[in-house]
Design a protein around this ligand. Structure first.
Ligand code: ZN
Length: 404
């Protein structure tokens, strides 16, 4: 027996009475997040909206049972509930804040899609009402910022005019002649939603009664998804929450940068310029410090039997680049060889003056072969990194042994 859909005629019916026509235990549906025991319930009439036409299902209560999901099964609407109602005559009560939110987003979607199409020739090919964000996918050239803003403004203008939103019925042909935005190929009498003077669109969903109830449309990001342009938007209560949240982000970020929210862009630009300058300066200072340290190290390093001067050192608390600066500075001196490592993150640099006559790349590969790690380079300069747990001390003493 077909379930009578109360929401078709009155989307504002929050409570209703109905008779249980059928009730049976269903297997759990893990993919729908339903893991416990669940009953499938058919009623003679319902105000519960099933997931369909891009709009998510309602939640709420039927008798003392919680509604977990509502599904469109052709003529019937299946309610998934967490217990069997004790009485065959039940009161149904839908979670109204959730439903009204869906009605605001859904009607806002009709209006926004109509503005993109009518004003800018960009048809909507699909839409999605998410739990946080709603999206429509537009076909055509990339919508510019002016187009996104223009569609938003046009939609909000119609919201401010508080125009009626009507339900109309007709065949696909009749609706097409009346200027329906989307053509459908279904037979028989179709339901369509009209926003007076703005849009006519076949739809089975629930909508507000006048555009004023949409509250506001806020268009957000636009990104390319496959061949289409995905426009994010929110309406009504969500728009209020999103705007409040955005301002909180602005306020907190401005506080961090010690600026007023309206000066945030210039404050952020200044901070970035400063950061880049500091980065360059720190590198320059590191290079100079490495040169001074390398000179000092050479002074205190005796010549070995074959005349080479080997400086082996483990550094703590310096970036990997510092090893490079130090090794390069040291290798400018005749017969000098640098065997360098950082403790903790296990970076290695082996460098030599060509006159030392060894092969740093081969040496590094040999050491890493023994203790574990990756790296490589040239005959005079090689860098690598020890695998986790490998000892820097061991790596350097091994390198020293191999040089002798
Ligand atoms: Zn709709």
């Amino acid at each position: 027996m077909a379930t009578r859909r109360l929401y078709y005629d009155n989307a504002f019916e929050k409570e209703f009475t109905a008779r249980v026509m059928h009730c049976e235990v269903l297997p759990p549906d893990v993919s729908a997040g339903i893991t416990g025991k669940v009953w499938g319930l058919l009623l003679d009439r319902t105000a519960f909206y099933p997931t369909s036409g891009g709009q998510p299902n309602d939640l709420g209560k039927i008798g003392d049972a919680n509604v977990l999901d509502v599904r469109d099964e052709g003529d019937e609407i299946l309610h998934l509930v967490d217990r069997k109602p004790s009485d065959p005559d039940v009161n149904g009560c839908i979670d109204w804040p959730r439903r009204f939110d869906h009605m605001q987003q859904h009607t806002g979607q009709h209006l926004l899609s109509a503005m993109f199409q009518e004003r800018f020739g960009l048809p909507t090919v699909s839409f999605h009402l998410g739990t946080e964000m709603c999206t429509i996918d537009l076909r055509g050239p990339e919508p510019t910022d002016e187009i996104l803003e223009g569609a938003e403004r046009a939609a909000n203008q119609i919201i401010f005019e508080d125009r009626p939103v009507n339900v109309r019925y007709g065949t696909a042909d009749q609706l097409a002649r009346q200027g329906a935005r989307k053509e459908v190929e279904r037979e028989g009498i179709l339901r369509a939603i009209e926003i007076e003077g703005a849009d006519l669109q076949p739809c089975v969903g629930t909508h507000v009664e006048s555009t004023g109830q949409i509250g506001l449309v806020l268009v957000r990001r636009c990104t390319k998804v496959r061949q289409e342009w995905r426009v994010e938007f929110v309406c009504g209560g969500r728009a209020e929450r999103v705007a409040r949240h955005d301002f909180e982000l602005l306020r907190q970020t401005a506080e961090k940068l010690s600026s007023a929210p309206e000066d945030l862009v210039s404050a952020a630009s200044r901070a970035i310029v400063e950061r880049d300058a500091n980065f360059k300066m720190v590198r320059a200072l590191q290079e100079r410090l490495a040169e001074a340290e390398a000179a000092l190290a050479l002074q205190t390093t005796p010549h070995s039997a074959n005349g080479a001067r080997i400086v082996s050192r483990v550094f703590e608390g310096v970036p990997a680049d510092y090893l490079g600066f130090f090794g390069t500075a040291l290798a400018r001196s005749e017969k000098a060889i640098a065997l360098l490592a950082t403790v903790g993150d296990g970076h290695l640099v082996f460098a030599q003056h060509p006159s030392a006559g060894k092969d740093m790349n081969a040496l590094l590969k040999q050491v890493l072969g023994e203790v574990g790690g990756k790296g490589g380079g040239t005959r005079d300069f090689a860098r690598g990194r020890l695998s986790e747990g490998a000892s820097t001390e061991k790596a350097l003493s091994l390198a020293k042994e191999m040089l002798n």
